[in-house]
Design a protein around this ligand. Structure first.
Ligand SMILES: O=C(O)/C=C/C(=O)CC(=O)CC(=O)O
Ligand SMILES: [Ca+2]
Ligand SMILES: [Mg+2]
Length: 412
C-alpha cells in the first residue's frame, strides 16, 4: 500500500511520506483542504493518504501560520501569488526533510468541509461538444450554437450558497415544470449531473481587467465540480435569462483545492480558435488543462473525457469576466461548464449520454438510467497528465435523496 511512485519521485525529490501508487496526492500536489480535528475546522494539506495541519509546517513563519487561524482559506486567498508560493515551498520542505510519518493524520475518517467562503459564482459553457449537444436537445428546431458562442465565453451567474462540499447529500428539488399543456409544481423527474472543473480566485483586480496571460496571478486553485441540474425545471424557466432554480439547489465541489502552481506542468497550448477571438480574449501562454475526467453512477463509468478538449480556456473565461471592469475578490468561484468530448462515451452529463431518454445508459447491476433516481451516487474523478503523475483533483461525490419539501413547510 505505501509504495512510493518511482516515476513521480524522480521528478520531485523523495519524501518520507508514504504515497500509494496511483495517488493523486504526490509531493508535487500539496492541495489545501479543511478537516474537522478535535471539533475544530483546521486547514490541512495532504500527501498520499495522510493530512497535516498547514500551520504545523509553518512553525518558522508565524505570520504565515496565522493566515490559517480562522480554520478556512479566506485570509490566505486574499494574500496573492508571492505568499502562495512561499507557503507552498515551506510545505514542500517539510515533506522532504523536516517531518516524519507519525505526524500525519489518516484522511480516512476525517470530515472535510468546504475550505473557503464562496464569493460570486459563475458557470460557463466552454465545451463545443456539450453546447452543440444541448442545443440539439433543448432547441431541436434551431442552430445548436447561437451566434455569440464562438465570440465570447458564454456563462450565467449561479448562486454561491448552493455550493456544497463533496459527500453532501443532494435533495431532489421540486419546481414548476411543463406537463403536456399544463404547468405543475412537482419533484424534478429529470435530475442530471454535469462534470466540470472549478477555479478558486485569490487576490482582487481592483476593477482592472485581467489579461488572459495574467490568469495565474488571480486563480489560486482548481477543484472538481458537479453542477447538478434539474432538466425539466431548467427547460421551462431558462429563456430568456438563463438557468436559475434548475441549477441553484446544489453544486458539489471536491474538498481539496489544488494550487494552480501544481497544475502548471499539465498546461498545454490552446489550439487555434476560428474565428480568432477579440483581442481581450487572446493569450499566448499555455492555458489548456491536460486533465482526464471520468464520471460514474453507482460504480459504473458513464463518461470519460479530457478537459483539454474545451474550446474556451479558464484564462479566457477570467479575462472575459473582468473585461468590463467587474470586480473579482478572494473566494470568487467559476466553473468551465460541462466537459464533453466528441465521442459517445465522452459525454459529461446524463442528458447527453442517454440522449434525453432516447438511449438510456446501462449500469452494471442491469438497470438503466435516463435520469438519476433517488439513492443514486454520482462520482467524478480528475487526474492531470498520465496515470501515475501524482497530481489529481481527487473526487467529488454526491448521493441523491428524495424530495423532502412538503407543502406544510411553506408559510401560509
Ligand atoms: O444550452 C442550454 O440551454 C443550457 C445549457 C446548460 O445547462 C449549460 C450549463 O449549465 C453550462 C454548462 O455546464 O456547460
Ligand atoms: Ca453547468
Ligand atoms: Mg448546480
Amino acid at each position: 500500500m505505501s509504495i512510493n511512485d518511482a516515476a513521480h519521485e524522480s521528478s520531485t525529490g523523495a519524501t518520507w511520506a508514504p504515497i500509494p501508487r496511483g495517488s493523486h496526492f504526490g509531493l508535487a500536489n500539496l492541495p489545501y483542504g479543511v478537516a474537522v480535528i478535535d471539533d475544530r475546522p483546521m486547514v490541512v494539506t495532504r500527501v498520499g493518504d495522510g493530512v497535516l495541519p498547514v500551520a504545523y509546517a509553518l512553525a518558522g513563519r508565524p505570520e504565515w501560520a496565522d493566515l490559517f487561524a480562522d480554520g478556512n482559506l479566506d485570509r490566505f486567498l486574499a494574500t496573492g501569488p508571492e505568499t502562495w508560493a512561499g507557503v507552498r515551498a515551506e510545505l514542500r520542505r517539510f515533506f522532504l526533510d523536516k517531518g516524519q510519518a507519525r505526524e500525519l493524520i489518516p484522511v480516512s475518517g476525517l470530515r472535510l468541509v468546504l475550505p473557503f467562503t464562496v464569493g460570486d459564482y459563475v458557470d460557463f459553457y466552454a465545451s463545443l461538444d456539450h453546447a452543440t449537444n444541448l442545443g440539439r436537445l433543448f432547441r431541436p428546431d434551431s442552430e445548436p450554437l447561437l451566434p455569440n458562442w464562438r465570440r465570447l465565453p458564454v456563462g450565467y451567474h449561479g448562486r454561491s450558497r448552493g455550493i456544497v462540499v463533496s459527500g453532501t447529500r443532494v435533495v431532489r428539488p421540486a419546481g414548476l415544470v411543463r406537463a403536456g399543456d399544463e404547468v405543475v409544481r412537482r419533484p424534478c423527474a429529470q435530475l442530471d449531473y454535469e462534470v466540470e472543473v472549478g477555479f478558486v480566485i485569490g487576490g482582487s483586480n481592483h476593477g482592472r481587467p485581467v489579461g488572459v496571460d495574467s490568469a495565474d496571478s488571480h486563480v489560486f486553485g482548481v477543484v472538481l465540480v458537479n453542477d447538478w441540474s434539474a432538466r425539466d425545471i431548467q427547460a421551462f424557466e431558462y429563456q430568456p435569462l438563463g438557468p436559475m432554480l434548475g441549477k441553484s439547489f446544489a453544486t458539489s465541489v471536491s474538498p481539496w483545492v489544488v494550487p494552480l502552481e501544481a497544475v502548471k506542468p499539465y498546461l498545454l497550448q490552446q489550439p487555434r480558435q476560428e474565428p480568432e477571438p477579440d483581442s481581450v480574449l487572446r493569450g499566448t501562454r499555455p492555458w489548456v488543462l491536460d486533465l482526464a475526467l471520468d464520471v460514474s453512477v453507482n460504480g459504473t463509468t458513464v463518461g470519460a473525457t479530457n478537459a483539454a478538449g474545451l474550446y474556451w480556456t479558464f484564462a479566457q473565461q477570467l479575462a472575459h469576466l473582468t473585461s468590463n471592469g467587474s470586480l473579482i475578490g478572494p473566494g470568487d468561484f467559476y466553473a468551465t461548464g460541462t466537459v464533453s468530448g466528441p465521442g459517445e462515451t465522452e459525454r459529461g452529463s446524463l442528458i447527453e449520454a442517454a440522449w434525453r431518454g432516447a438511449n438510456p445508459v446501462k449500469l452494471a447491476d442491469g438497470s438503466e438510467r435516463s435520469w438519476l433516481l433517488d439513492g443514486d451516487e454520482v462520482l467524478i474523478r480528475g487526474r492531470f497528465g498520465p496515470e501515475g503523475s501524482g497530481v489529481g483533483l481527487g473526487e467529488v461525490v454526491g448521493r441523491v435523496v428524495p424530495d423532502e419539501v412538503d407543502a406544510s413547510m411553506f408559510l401560509p
